[in-house]
Design a protein around this ligand. Structure first.
Ligand code: ADP
Ligand code: MG
Ligand code: MG
Length: 885
């Protein structure tokens, strides 16, 4: 054994026991494929450890290149070729991080060529055209990657050459053309004050360092930020013997998916370009042909490969392959990115095929994708004529304003405008524009181009390879095959499901759960321990919540019931009335409205719990804002419109001023309102109880009624208000001659309530955490101010890892919740405890709520499937962690 650091360079066959974090995803896939006997060109992996070291010290780890040299010598021996030698070895130097980042980092192909080697290669292959094509590609990639030269510079020269020679495709350029291109490309590099290194070892060293550095390039960083991939895991580097797809018509390159990544359908899917290197397919510069049209022999081989891959990796694979003079080689495999729809279908199918277990299927789907699965679709009743048709690369429909420039897209989208990014093709540089847009439309590129892969991964509708699309970015418009002319800023609708583009905003219909998705969620329900409730305050929302699988309503906000225009006026009259009698009279007018709402909701939720929160909002929220009132009053006076309307506004103005608070967040709201004006809750309780009894009379059953007091901070508030609630309930039941069960509980949303939960639990029959207010009060953060003014900076400086309004802060807010749950249950065994508020639909928060032992989470409609999945995954994770302890 030699002393010294652990080896960081391995031949593929030496690395079978190493994982993705060490080998990177690409290295891992190559090593595994080689191990199961698939035809993989030999190669070596420099592990992520080397890249991490490089970032720590700023220099290449000592001894790295010696190790590389020793291993390359083994490759040379195996292939009988030599880097720069008589029979020249050419390699690719490929990036590959632990998490797949399609096209975000750099790769250099055909390395090992120089002015001499290119000639030998031409002789050996008998194909001069090919040899110079390979060389010009090397120069291009080297220039871009190692020297940071804009690839457009090379592309422009290439285009000029094509025009001069009167050809349209790269592959039609002659050997002479390519020879000239090589010279011109060298000049581009020279203009940078560099000389393309003739020594292949020098090329190799530079390439390795370039790959390390590409980990930090802007698009890779942007991608990591979007996917929340850590910045310090680094990339591996793969050095692999080249095979050539551009050696004539019996050669080519392609990408295959073992199942359809858009729909999940179980059939080989992919694309192929003959006489091309893989780069041509994935970069989206040429539109390839579908795999179903390649010759039968190759198709059979690929089918076999797909089967082997799936059996080994037990998941849908996305693989790259090259055919060199009739021989198939595999160059990459990874778990394929897929639409949420495909993810569900594949997981369910694989369970049914006996490939994976139900638990695995449930664990596999990213809960956030569950929401995306609920794509809106074009209303099938609407007949509109598409202005263009392309490939349906990523499903779902969306609309937005046309933007032709990536930077502009990023800035407009960042401001919250709905935009559609329209590009000739999308290159990885467009990533920030894609992130900021609703959908993507491109003229070129296939279903497996990076643009399509990335859009599918993000759940953004995309139509790519839209032939006939002519872009005029400088003039600010594009034209389509049908003759339509669309200006930047015009609204278009994309239908990524059918691959069509339409003018204007086309009506869409609300999404539905598919059968497969219902199956998967059914499995999640068998596994999960946490209940999943909905936040809903209309009968329609309640119906949808039930359909999405909610087991109850965890938060029915009553203030919204006052906000409809017909009721708002009564509410305002109530607020501005001077005497208690006048106030009460106005309030009672609201009972019929509330009664109706509750009746509808209780009917929907028969047999299930509905937690109704009594009025929580400060009263001023029901009044117009002062400047608007002032303006209206001024106009009315000027126009001489004196009378009751003017008087009404003047009264409102007085009230608005009276009710204005120094700090509304800490002001007269929540149960404090009812302490000063108990009639408020009295009428609400009457409406609730009456509705519940009426529904039971009509249909024999009704919802379980829970009445919830908001913003409690002291148990005596509960004591005081329970009397109000119970009195109103008693009166109503007596009046109706019928009794009904109901429970009274509190929201726990102030730190003091959490800390005195033991006392409160003696007076409250259930708890529900309002995590938004609790977070605000615990941090002393006023959410709107914080988010508008400094949260971004806090995240950037890593003062906070993530906004506590997005993911529950387990350390502070979570501590309070744990205390309240424990003390509350000690005082009242079996106390039902749940969470309402947005955190209830957030997977990482759900994991925490599961751990703390809450009974249920509650969230809004579309998040319900997310919560069902996340709750099941939390159970699976907790089983795993308890079995490993
Ligand atoms: P990315 O995954 O970012 O697209 P890759 O490392 O896969 O980058 O390389 C880009 C393209 O070059 C791919 O199409 C790949 O198949 C092709 N390629 C990489 N290495 C080789 C090789 N040794 N022989 C032939 N083609 C290769
Ligand atoms: Mg690749
Ligand atoms: Mg609140």
């Amino acid at each position: 054994m030699v002393d010294g650091p652990m080896p960081v360079v391995h031949l593929f066959e030496e690395a079978k026991a190493l994982d993705k974090f060490v080998l990177g995803g690409k290295g891992y896939g190559l090593v595994q494929m080689a191990a199961i006997g698939l035809p993989v060109p030999p190669g070596i992996v420099i592990t992520t450890a080397a890249c991490k070291e490089y970032y720590k010290t700023g220099v290449v780890p000592r001894g790295l290149f010696e190790e590389v040299k020793a291993k390359v010598a083994r490759l040379e021996k195996e292939t009988g070729k030599k880097l720069g030698g008589e029979s020249p070895l050419l390699v690719s130097v490929r990036s590959g991080a632990p998490f797949s980042m399609p096209g975000m980092m750099d790769t250099i192909l055909n390395l090992g060529l120089n002015d001499q080697v290119v000639k030998r290669l031409a002789q050996l292959t008998g194909d001069e055209r090919f040899a110079f094509d390979a060389y010009r590609r090397l120069l291009q990639m080297y220039g871009k990657t190692a020297l940071g030269i804009d690839s457009q510079e090379f592309e422009a020269i290439l285009d000029t050459r094509k025009k001069q020679s009167g050809v349209e495709l790269d592959s039609k350029l002659s050997a002479e053309d390519l020879r000239q291109l090589v010279d011109e490309f060298k000049d581009v590099i020279r203009a940078r004050g560099e000389e393309f290194p003739q020594d292949p070892w020098k090329q190799l060293e530079t390439a390795v360092v370039s790959v390390f550095r590409s980990w930090e390039n802007p698009r890779a960083r942007e991608y990591r930020r979007y996917y929340k991939i850590a910045d310090d895991i680094g990339t591996a580097v793969n050095i692999q013997v080249m095979v050539f797809g551009n050696l004539g018509e019996d050669s080519g390159s392609g990408v295959g998916f073992t199942r359809n990544p858009s729909t999940g359908e179980k059939s080989l899917f992919g694309e192929f370009l003959s006489n091309a290197q893989g780069e041509d397919v994935v970069a989206g510069t040429r539109t390839p042909i579908g795999i179903e049209t390649v010759d039968l022999h190759l198709r059979d081989q690929l089918q076999q490969v797909a089967k082997t891959l799936e059996r080994h990796f037990r998941d849908m694979q996305d693989f790259e392959f090259t055919v060199e003079r009739g021989r198939l080689y595999l160059l990459q495999t990874r778990n394929g990115k897929r639409t949420a729809q495909a993810a569900v279908k594949i997981a369910v199918d694989m369970v049914q095929e006996g490939l994976i277990r139900k638990e695995e299927a449930v664990a596999r789907l990213d809960p956030d994708d569950a929401e995306r699965l609920l794509h809106r679709t074009i209303d099938p009743r609407v007949k509109v004529k598409p202005i263009a048709k392309g490939l349906n690369a990523s499903p779902g429909a969306t609309w937005g304003k046309v933007v032709l420039d990536t930077d502009e897209a990023a800035s407009l989208g960042g401001k919250g405008e709905k935009i559609i990014l329209v590009r000739p093709e999308t290159t990885p540089e467009d990533i920030k524009g894609v992130i900021a847009s609703q959908g993507v439309l491109t003229a070129r590129g296939g279903m497996t181009s990076h643009a399509a892969v990335v859009a599918r991964g993000m759940g953004k509708p995309a139509v790519v390879g839209c032939g006939g699309l002519k872009l005029h970015p400088t003039e600010g418009y594009f034209e389509t095959e049908t003759g339509a002319k669309v200006k930047a800023g015009d609204v278009i609708t994309l239908d990524g499901t059918s691959g069509t583009v339409m003018l204007g905003e086309v009506p869409m219909v609300e999404p539905q759960l598919t059968t497969e998705f219902r199956t998967l969620l059914g499995w999640a329900d068998e596994i999960r321990r946490l209940g999943v409730y909905a936040n809903a305050d209309t009968p329609e929302a309640a119906a949808r919540a039930r359909d999405f699988g909610a087991e109850g309503i965890g938060l029915c906000r009553t203030e919204r019931m006052f906000n409809a225009p017909d009721r708002l006026k009564i509410m305002q009259d109530m607020i501005s009335a001077d005497s208690i009698e006048a106030k009460s009279a106005a309030l009672r007018k609201l009972i019929p409205f509330q009664l109706n709402d509750f009746r509808g909701i209780f009917k929907e939720m028969r047999g299930k719990p509905v937690i109704v929160r009594l009025l929580d909002l400060p009263l001023h929220e029901f009044l117009p804002e002062e400047p608007r009132l002032l303006e209206e009053i001024a106009t009315m006076k000027k126009d001489g419109r004196e009378g009751p309307e003017l008087q009404r506004r003047e009264r409102l103005l007085v009230k608005v001023r009276q009710l204005s608070e120094h700090n509304p967040m800490l002001g007269h709201r929540g149960c404090r309102l009812a302490v000063t004006f108990p009639e408020m809750y009295d009428v609400q309780v009457e409406a609730i109880i009456r509705a519940a009894i009426e529904v039971r009379r009509e249909s024999g059953d009704t919802a379980e009624v829970f009445i919830m007091l908001p913003l409690v901070s002291e148990v005596e508030e509960v004591v005081f208000l329970r009397k109000v609630v119970d009195a109103a309930a008693e009166r109503t039941m007596k009046d109706m001659g019928e009794r009904i069960e109901y429970k009274v509980g509190t929201m726990i949303e102030t730190p003091r309530a959490a800390l005195t939960a033991g006392e409160i639990a003696k007076q409250a029959e259930f708890f529900s955490f309002g995590t938004n207010d609790l977070t605000q009060a615990t941090f002393a953060f006023s959410r709107d101010d914080v988010e508008a003014k400094f949260m971004a900076k806090y995240l950037e400086e890593k003062i906070l890892p993530v906004s506590p309004f997005e993911v529950l802060d387990a350390t502070g807010v979570g501590r309070l919740i744990e205390i309240a749950v424990n003390d509350g249950r000690k005082a009242r065994p079996g106390l039902e405890v749940g969470i309402c508020g947005e955190h209830g639909g957030e997977p990482r928060s759900i994991e925490f709520f599961n751990k703390v032992g809450l009974d249920y989470v509650s969230c809004s409609g579309f998040r319900i499937p997310v919560a069902r999945l996340a709750a099941a995954q939390a159970t699976i994770a907790s089983r795993k962690s308890s079995s490993t302890v």
